[in-house]
Design a protein around this ligand. Sequence first.
Ligand SMILES: [Mg+2]
Length: 177
Amino acid sequence: MTQKKAVFFDRDGTLIVDKIYLNDPGQIEYLDEVITSLKKIQSHGYDFIVVTNQSGIARGIVDEANLFKIHKIIDDFFKSHQIKVLDYLYAPYLTSSNHYYRKPQSGMLQEGSVLYNIDLSKSWMVGDRMTDVEAGHRAGTKSILLSDLEDPSDFDFNPPDAHVHSLAEVAAAICEP
Ligand SMILES: [Mg+2]
C-alpha cells in the first residue's frame, strides 16, 4: 500500500489562537486564513494530523474532557468546510518529563505515521515554536516555523526549512516549493 504524505500541525498558535492552557471550548478562536490554507494543502494530496503538547492536563489546569470537546468542535468546523483531519494527538505531560510523546520529542509524529501509514520523509511539521520544528526533524519531516515570536537563530535546534508569518505562507511553502 502506498504510503501517504501528511502535514502535522501544532494546535495552539498555529491553527487557533494560543490562549495558554485553553480549557473552555467557548474560547476557541481560529487563526486567519485557516480554512483556505488547509483546503489548498489538502488539494495537493496531504493528509492532516494535529499534534499538541498539553501539559495543562498534568498541571490540573486543563480538563481532559474539555480537551476532547475542543477537538470535536474544531473537527466539526473543519468538516463543515470539507477539511478532514485524521487525528488529534496530544501529549498530557509536564515539560520536565521530557516524555518521548512531548515535542520536541517525535513520539506523536512517529505514532501518527504508524497509525495512518504516513511517509515522514514526504511530510511536514508546522508549528509556532522551535520545539515543533525540532520534533519534525527528529521524526524525519520537513518543517515550517509559523511565528512572529521565535527566531530560529536563538535556538540550538536546526533551523526550519521555512520561517513564515501566516497560514497562507505555510500553504505556499508546501504547495509551491
Ligand atoms: Mg504552539
